[in-house]
Design a protein around this ligand. Structure first.
Ligand code: NAD
Length: 359
């Protein structure tokens, strides 16, 4: 298992160090894990004048998987756009062809009070938002701002999905649902679109339905995106895998992350056509708390669990990591972001050590 490790900026190095400890512990369990480090984001700019240095991209291309911390920092806000840290992230996703973005939203019973929803609505929640990441209105051409004959300016974008793009993300959705069915019973995919208004969505719905015929064990339903936004708040546990396009997924995955109430707990994966992936926490570089040993490393550690599941097909190791995280929570260990007022808090390092201990 060759893993490129890109800590990035802000809290990135601290949280990635904890995930590396977990990988180190798995190595002493007999897994052949090779880690190689490189710079990305502001750290890439500082080291090589580029948020995605050539050496970093080459390492990522030569590795089986990439573990990333986060990028961004106030000191880079005045750089020209191509040099900004987030460009490193956008470019590496594109260069690696990462079209499938997986964002689980889980609520551990121990943290149920962190959600702004009633405990009975979210306790035990475990859903997966699968967002197509390289198409849709975010990339469609033409786009721009033009001046009309009457002198008024007009902004325009183009929503596009080709049949092959829909087909490949749909396959990922059905396959994930089948993998998850072992844990949750019936395999379910809810495809989210706006087929009552958009032609792009009419094609999306047709193709997803066609791909579904190859997965008879998976129950497919369709939902309009406005209803899905409402249902995620009304009764989120009705979902298992939500399959959707880039713009709808962008919005719904942020909504779903807030069901859990704790950004420091949420991992993510972005996969290519061969399940090679980039794994990172959903949160950013949190410059306000960087270097203070207070960031929550669990989202990054849980991203390693996703890496074991999706790139290395080691469900056993993925569950081992997730069980260890759960066990630290059951012991009452909390970083500041998930601690109840007045309760004891532990630091980033101590949380990493506790997970390693629980493995
Ligand atoms: P953020 O996610 O970094 O932080 C939002 C809030 O959550 C902050 O108060 C922060 O302290 C807290 N937080 C985030 N992660 C935490 C953790 N693991 N433990 C405890 N608390 C945590 O978002 P932001 O403040 O909007 O952005 C900060 C920088 O991160 C910006 O430069 C932004 O561009 C960048 N960013 C990067 C990514 C990424 O690398 N994928 C994603 C979002 C934002």
């Amino acid at each position: 298992m060759k893993i490129a490790v890109l800590p990035g900026d802000g809290i990135g190095p601290e949280i990635v160090a904890q995930a590396a400890k977990v990988l180190g512990a798995l190595r002493s369990d007999g897994l052949k894990i090779e880690l190689e480090y490189a710079h990305i984001g502001g750290a890439g700019y500082d080291a090589a004048g580029d948020p995605l240095p050539d050496a970093t991209l080459k390492l990522a291309q030569d590795s089986d998987a990439v573990l990333l911390g986060a990028v961004g920092g106030y000191q880079y806000d005045t750089l020209a756009r191509p040099l900004r840290p987030e460009q490193g992230l956008l470019r590496i996703r594109k260069a690696l062809g990462l079209f499938a973005n997986l964002r689980p939203a889980m609520v551990y019973p121990e943290l149920v009070d962190a959600s702004s929803l009633k405990p009975e609505l979210v306790s035990g929640l475990d859903i997966m938002i699968l967002r197509e990441l390289t198409g849709d209105i975010y990339f469609g051409q033409p786009r721009g701002i033009r001046t009309l004959e009457n002198g008024e300016r007009q902004g325009f974008d183009t929503m596009l999905y080709s049949e092959s793009e829909i087909r490949r993300i749909a396959h990922v959705g059905f396959q994930i649902a089948m993998k998850r069915a072992g844990k949750n019973g019936q395999a379910k995919v809810c495809s989210v679109d706006k087929a009552n208004v958009l032609d792009t969505s009419i094609l999306w719905r047709e193709i997803v339905g066609d791909v579904a015929k190859q997965y008879p064990a998976v129950a497919l339903s369709h939902m309009y995106v406005d209803n899905a936004a409402m249902q995620l708040i009304r009764a989120p546990k009705q979902f298992d895998v939500i399959l959707t396009g880039n713009i709808f997924g962008d919005i719904l995955s942020d909504e779903a992350s807030m069901l859990t109430g704790s950004i420091g707990m949420l991992p993510s994966a972005s996969l290519d056509a061969n399940n090679k992936g980039l794994y990172e926490p959903c949160h950013g570089s949190a410059p306000d708390i960087a270097g203070k040993d207070i960031a929550n490393p669990l989202a990054t550690i849980l991203s390693v669990a996703m890496m074991m599941r999706y790139t290395f097909a080691r469900e056993d190791i993925a569950q081992k990591i997730e069980t260890a995280v759960r066990s630290t929570l059951q012991q009452g260990l909390r970083t500041g972001d998930i601690a109840e007022a007045g309760k004891q808090r532990i630091g980033t390092e101590a949380m990493g050590d506790a997970v390693v201990q629980a493995l």
